[in-house]
Design a protein around this ligand. Structure first.
Ligand code: FES
Length: 141
């Protein structure tokens, strides 16, 4: 788990009731080392957990449809590429080509019926694109 940078404020991800037990994840984007990376947050056994959407086998997105990360039995996170399975509670690969490796966990907190993500020095919010006068958006740095 990355260290919390005290200078970075928590980011509101969603309302608690958007995450149903073993349901679809809420997906979002983060910046890791100035590179855009997908991430997701989900509820499993009552806990809210979040990870980068990057398989530990090959760094590619894992969901077979947006937000659908769990296997048929809704017991494990499964990568749609080669079938690696992960323990949803700790991100550890428990089956497939990368057993023992881990997903990159993000620190999240549920309070006041909201779910927040705490960015770190390595994984930060995406910069906000600024609108130009002509209605297009300026690309963030
Ligand atoms: S890319 Fe996920 S199991 Fe191979």
């Amino acid at each position: 788990m990355p260290a919390i940078d005290p200078a970075i404020e928590p980011v509101l991800l969603c309302a608690s009731d958007a995450l149903i037990e073993r349901g679809d994840a809420v997906v979002f984007e983060v910046q890791q080392w100035r590179r855009k990376v997908g991430a997701f947050v989900m509820r499993f056994e009552g806990r809210v957990v979040a990870y980068l959407n990057q398989c530990a086998h090959v760094p590619t997105e894992m969901d077979w449809q947006e937000g659908k990360f769990l296997d048929r039995d809704r017991e494990a996170i499964i990568c749609s590429i080669h079938g690696a399975t992960y323990d949803p509670l700790n991100g550890r690969c428990v089956g497939g080509p990368c057993v023992g490796a881990r997903l990159t966990a993000l620190r999240v907190e549920e309070r006041d019926a909201q779910v927040y993500w705490y960015p770190s020095s390595d994984i930060k919010p995406m910069p906000v694109a600024l609108p130009r006068d002509d209605g297009t958006e300026e690309s963030p740095p």
